[in-house]
Design a protein around this ligand. Structure first.
Ligand code: GLN
Length: 196
């Protein structure tokens, strides 16, 4: 499996390290042409406004909508979650607008800008340590969206078919199970394509 990490800004190297640890090849994606060679894409944390601006500048918006239309898996972590959402609280403009979720940026406020918590995640057997950094929350999900994890009754991970999103940073611990989960999604989507 060759999994790309969008490398315009943010936590790129850490994701590549985790992908390699989980048995896939991680590739930094800087140009739209590179999307043809990958089986899935992680959009990392960072600053969603900055990444969104660079995505527009480097023609990633249309290219990633086409990538997603082919059911190629996309995993948005933290700022990446904001970038794939169809709705952002208090903002009329969205970025990729792919996943049927409504998100609130910096949802934990100033007092709890960064913290860690053990999270139960559907599909992963033991708790995953979630690192939250000025994290967004998913405040509403559409019908086709499955909630994978909550923290204090608030949604911090969800999946809609080939789209995966987490409020936290799964690349900042030594635990690569979230990456393994995503690699499995990419493997399944690839075998679905080759069978049809
Ligand atoms: N607060 C950032 C944003 O709104 C996201 C933070 C992160 O990715 N760690 O873009």
């Amino acid at each position: 499996m060759n999994i790309g990490v969008l490398a315009l800004q943010g936590a790129v190297a850490e994701h590549i390290r985790m992908l390699n640890k989980a048995g896939a090849q991680g590739t930094a994606i800087k140009r739209v042409e590179q999307l043809e060679k990958i089986d899935g894409l992680i959009i990392p944390g960072g600053e969603s406004t900055t990444i969104g601006k660079l995505m527009r500048e480097y023609h990633f918006i249309e290219a990633l909508r086409a990538f997603s239309a082919k059911k190629k898996p996309i995993f948005g972590t933290c700022a990446g979650l904001i970038l794939i959402a169809k709705e952002i609280v208090g903002q009329s403009e969205v970025h990729l607008g792919l996943m049927d979720i409504k998100v609130q940026r910096n949802a934990f406020g100033r007092q709890r800008e960064s913290f860690e918590a053990d999270l139960d995640i559907k599909g992963i057997d033991k708790a995953v340590r979630g690192v939250f950094i000025r994290a967004p929350l998913i405040v509403e999900v559409g019908d086709g969206v499955k909630v994978l994890s909550t923290y204090r009754d608030q949604i911090v991970a969800a999946r809609q078919g080939h789209l995966l999103a987490s409020s936290f940073h799964p690349e900042l611990t030594d635990d690569h199970r979230m990456h393994a989960y995503f690699i499995e999604m990419a493997r399944n989507s690839l075998s679905a394509v080759t069978k049809s």
